[in-house]
Design a protein around this ligand. Sequence first.
Ligand SMILES: Cc1ncc(C[n+]2csc(CCOP(=O)(O)OP(=O)(O)O)c2C)c(N)n1
Ligand SMILES: [Mg+2]
Length: 328
Amino acid sequence: MAVEMKARVDLSAERLLDLYYQMWLVRYFDEKVDEFFAKGLIHGTTHLCVGQEATAVGACAVLEDRDKITSTHRGHGHCIAKGAQADRMMAELFGRETGYCKGKGGSMHIADVEKGNLGANGIVGGGIPIAAGAALTSKMKNLGYVVLCFFGDGASNEGSFHEAINLAAIWKLPVVFFCENNQYGMSGPAKEMIGVENIADRSKAYGIPGVVVEGNDIFEVMRVTNEAVERARNGSGPTLIEAKTYRWKGHSKSDAKKYRTKEEEQYWKEAKDPIAKMAARLLADQAATGEQLEELRVKALKEIEAAVKFAEESPMPSPDTITEDVFA
Ligand SMILES: Cc1ncc(C[n+]2csc(CCOP(=O)(O)OP(=O)(O)O)c2C)c(N)n1
Ligand SMILES: [Mg+2]
């Protein structure tokens, strides 16, 4: 594989195929959520990350098991990429007892602390100070883990972003700020809402490196994230990464997408599909055959279908547990 990276990251053909498989898992998970939400079988709300698979999978691919992430309201991909089980995630969305929050949390409250996922977050920008705090713990207790903090372009306008990034910079905390710039915060175009050309340029205000990356190219995402993780781990402090990407679906459950054009959507789907891009690269580098890639796609679809079956067959939480595992 012609990817320049520190030896620590396993880029064997086997591993790359697993990452390709994970991208399909993420895509099919959210496609199924879309389908079952429309059928009225998933309640609350959901934010889908179809089209953004390379950021979730690529960034998590260069982390160690002990490293941690904080996620967002659009977090299913992050969760799967950090090692969560699709069946327990789907059960959570279906409100079942077997889900990650025993069916009481839903899409925006899934956490998987055992795997280092400190949780999704319904507060835009809410995960950023949590990431800085977890990184401070790592530093003060000398635990050696790095925190990768996912957030959106919209979140980069929140006070929490600026406060947390400043503290992380002056204290040289082991954190990587990873912005998924999917071009919109709800209906607000990032280019109208942000006064600098690149969100990564904001790093200058905090004295840390800022990097823009093609977010639909998993190899590029892995390369820049790996560098930032190394920096964080060796005590050099945070990096701000801005990955340019696009969400194929609407913001959340009902969105007529009047703020963008069909042509723009077509462009991102046809010319910049992250899964197709990875497939093309694997084939060009002869790291996989077309048959292998097709097998992995089908295997991922089956795994997600099994996750739906698990969710549908799981019991609803019993009413007498209603006051358990909740704060108030
Ligand atoms: C503090 C806060 N303000 C507003 C909202 C409503 N809200 C939910 S998602 C969203 C847009 C976030 O945009 P971005 O950070 O770019 O993430 P994306 O949805 O594009 O993934 C907003 C404004 C919220 N949940 N929390
Ligand atoms: Mg956005």
